[in-house]
Design a protein around this ligand. Structure first.
Ligand code: HEC
Length: 212
């Protein structure tokens, strides 16, 4: 007869204890991180977006935050960010206001490839059905979110020098890079102005970030 209840083997005990320790560490680590995050005076991650909002963009911001966009997206550092193209901070540097409007209105036609959520019958299909006036305001809001240097969507690298990158360039970059036959984005005045985050208008403007 085979016994139904075999005693736990040593290997199994070790495995259970290891998994248990792992679980407890994960819970404690998460708790500690959340505690630290709530008690920080500076944002945990550098935020590299700056903005100047017109009256329409401000209305757009309301529509954005009340329109459930943050279920999937993040802007001005709030909301979720669960995949590529979900973080909309800096999107105003990547796309024009017209592109943003056209994308929201007719995602399938303007996205370039099949959408995951914005197309007809998909989770975010309601966006295309919003009133054109609202979508224009949201497009104005999003296009005002400009990336600062160092943001993933910025054409400019972070302002600090990196000895590692410098040494890699020295070693591996093609000769043509070094003798100046390429266009250095950083010397383009238009780009530099846009990325400095300076704004002299009286509209709502600001920089969100701990990177300064
Ligand atoms: C259910 C999730 C979901 C919701 C809700 C949602 N989106 Fe999206 N959004 C996506 C996904 C996924 C993409 C990438 C394109 C795709 O596959 O649909 C995207 C792409 C975008 C893009 C283009 C980004 C880029 O860089 O190409 C914009 C702009 C955008 N959404 C705006 C909005 C706005 C504004 C709202 C609210 C009114 C909203 N979205 C609500 C999931 C969502």
């Amino acid at each position: 007869m085979v016994k139904n209840k075999a005693p736990i083997k040593l290997g199994e005990k070790v495995l259970f204890i290891a998994v248990g320790i792992f679980f407890v560490m994960a819970v404690l680590g998460f708790g500690a991180l959340e505690y630290a995050r709530h008690h920080m005076h500076k944002p945990m991650f550098p935020v590299t977006v700056h903005y100047t909002f017109s009256a329409e963009a401000k209305r757009g911001m309301d529509f954005f935050f009340r329109g459930n966009c943050t279920d999937c997206h993040r802007a001005l550092n709030s909301g979720t960010n669960m995949g590529p193209n979900m973080d909309l901070d800096g999107i105003g540097t990547k796309h024009s206001e017209a592109w943003l409007y056209n994308f929201m209105r007719m995602p399938e036609r303007n996205y370039g490839y099949e959408t995951l959520d914005h197309g007809v019958g998909k989770a975010a299909s309601y966006v295309a059905l919003m009133k054109p006036k609202k979508l224009h305001a949201i497009a104005a809001f999003l296009s005002a979110l400009k990336a600062m240097s160092g943001s993933p969507v910025s054409p400019l690298p972070p302002s600090e020098r990196s000895p590692f990158v410098d040494s890699m360039v020295k070693k591996f970059a093609p000769k043509s890079w070094k003798n100046g036959s390429f266009k250095d984005m950083r010397r383009d005045k238009r780009v530099a102005d846009e990325h400095s985050g300076t704004s002299s208008s009286g509209q709502t403007s600001g920089k969100r970030g701990g990177a300064q």
